[in-house]
Design a protein around this ligand. Structure first.
Ligand code: HEM
Length: 485
């Protein structure tokens, strides 16, 4: 018999602190705390008995937030997109609660594909899809190579660099070029700086928690930056209109619907292009940084990879079609995103009453599900905390068991772009250099919308001399809770 939402297991509100206590524990250490709650309450539970303010979609105003764990719940949530809705990416800052002219810019910048559902989502997704077709990717490829090589040329042997920061810069430069047609060494520099500062504010706790639009407050600065970004992209749209650009902005501008009319309004184009940057920038940088880290701690894997690079590429720059011959590198990227999925969790909100796990969920119920915990489930993966790229030679998990890019109709549209950029950066870097972790590094996880290394990733740039044992071992920090080192 279907039970009511009030009967879902949940921790009792904490004495004195109520729901705030539970949420505080959640935000302090999400991965472990969720695992603990799952052990206590089972695969479906609510965060706080009696309800809590909305967490994932703050504007929805409904009290219940659940978690659902496991491949079968992933399947149910991801294959029924007409009931389980997605929401805008800027979350707490989107202006559905209180709309005014200053805040409405956030809706434009933070919505894109994430904020549309049903038929409208399918329509818009179909129209932006050509930006990620194979032929289009081939056009981005040479730009990517140029930007990556230009960055690698500036690295000096034996210097210490924050590789996480480097990856953030390279992927931003690639995005500015491929999405907006801007060369970061020329006119793109100011745009890159603007995006970087804007992204920093968009995800900073000070901006999210204190939404006070008065001079001196971070939120005020964030709104100013949002308006500047909006105006800058509007100007770019004017320049690109009727031009023959290869970038995504030009593609969206020239795109036509079935009646031959422009497929998107300027506001929609701004939303899509900014969302591509938000969704694609940190995710790809984190995947890259974690892969460099994992390789530095697994010398044998690195040696095998080196053999593959020598055998299949030598000192040649990989041609577009030869990337897919790097099968061991492909296994490494898969395994890295299994053990440290750049997006650890996602969420949906119920659009019409539905049963899940034996409970009737009313409209507005939020449900979180975890890519991370699915990837660390020992019933799916043997020794889930072990980084073992070779496992991919004999496993073939379903789309709901392995889902760094999610699954179903809302799966990551940028996946082909990311799966070209990530191996390309890894291959070009490791053909030239050996990246050695600075001894005794403390690697703590920063878990938010993405998982990133909290203090960056300091590494020495060494010649590609094969001395892969150097720098392996003695790592400290919370990384050890999720990866066997
Ligand atoms: C390693 C890199 C990346 C990872 C791990 C990743 C992961 C994801 C995940 C998990 C989702 C689904 C979120 C949900 O279900 O709520 C998603 C959606 C999305 N991603 Fe990515 N992503 C990456 C790179 C990119 C890139 C490079 C772009 C664009 C250039 C991009 C654009 C998008 C968009 C627009 C969506 C929304 C799709 C929709 O709702 O139809 N992503 N991504």
């Amino acid at each position: 018999m279907t039970k009511s939402i009030e009967q879902i297991p949940a921790p009792a509100p904490m004495p004195l602190f109520g729901w705030r206590g539970t949420l505080w524990q959640l935000f302090s250490d999400p991965l472990n705390y969720l695992q603990k709650l799952r052990q206590q309450h089972g695969d479906v539970f609510a965060f706080v008995r009696g309800g809590n303010p909305p967490i994932f979609f703050p504007a929805n105003g409904r009290p219940h937030t659940l978690m659902a764990f496991g491949a079968e719940f992933n399947r149910q949530l991801l294959s029924n997109s007409d009931v389980f809705y997605s929401g805008p990416l800027l979350g707490p800052m989107h202006p559905m609660g209180e709309v005014n002219a200053r805040r409405s810019v956030l809706k434009r910048l933070g919505t894109g594909l994430f904020g549309v559902n049903g038929i409208e989502h399918r329509r818009q997704r179909r129209l932006v899809m050509p930006a990620f077709h194979k032929q289009k990717l081939g056009e981005y490829y040479q730009d990517m190579i140029r930007i990556i090589q230009w960055n690698l040329d500036s690295w000096k042997l034996n210097e210490q660099r924050d590789i996480w920061n480097d990856m953030m810069n390279i992927t931003l430069q690639v995005a500015a070029q491929c999405l907006f047609g801007l060369d970061i060494r020329r006119e793109g520099q100011a745009f890159g700086d603007l995006i970087q500062e804007w992204l920093h504010h968009a995800t900073s706790p000070q901006t999210v928690s204190l939404q006070i639009d008065l001079p001196g407050f971070p939120y005020h600065r964030f709104l100013n930056l949002s308006h500047k970004l909006d105006t800058t992209i509007r100007e770019l749209i004017q320049q690109r209109r009727n031009a023959e650009g290869q970038d995504v902005l030009s593609l969206l501008l020239n795109s036509r619907d079935e009646n031959g009319n422009p497929a998107f309004t300027d506001d929609e184009i701004i939303g899509h292009s900014v969302i591509f940057i938000i969704a694609g920038h940190e995710t790809s940088s984190n995947a890259l940084a974690w892969t460099f880290f994992l390789l530095s701690q697994h010398p044998q894997v690195m040696k095998n990879l080196r053999l593959e690079l020598d055998e299949k590429l030598g000192s040649q720059t990989p041609a577009y079609d030869s990337l897919k011959q790097l099968t061991y590198l492909d296994n490494i990227v898969k395994e890295s995103m299994r053990i440290l999925p750049p997006v650890p969790m996602s969420a949906r909100v119920v659009a019409s009453p539905i049963e899940l796990g034996g409970y009737l969920l009313p409209i507005g119920t939020e449900i979180g599900f975890s890519h991370f915990h699915t990837h660390h489930d020992s019933s799916i993966y043997q020794d889930p905390e072990t980084f073992n790229p070779s496992r991919w030679q004999h496993i073939n998990p379903s789309a709901h068991e392995y889902m760094p890019f999610s699954a179903g109709i809302r799966a990551c549209i940028g996946m082909p772009f990311a799966l070209m950029e990530i191996p390309l950066i890894l291959a070009l870097t490791l053909q030239r250099y050996r990246l050695e972790l600075v001894p005794n590094s403390k690697i703590d996880l920063n878990v938010g919308i993405t998982i990133s290394p909290k203090h960056g990733l300091s590494m020495f740039i060494r010649p590609a001399d094969g001395n892969y044992e150097a720098g392996a071992g003695n790592v400290k920090g919370t990384i050890r809770n999720v990866v066997n080192l």
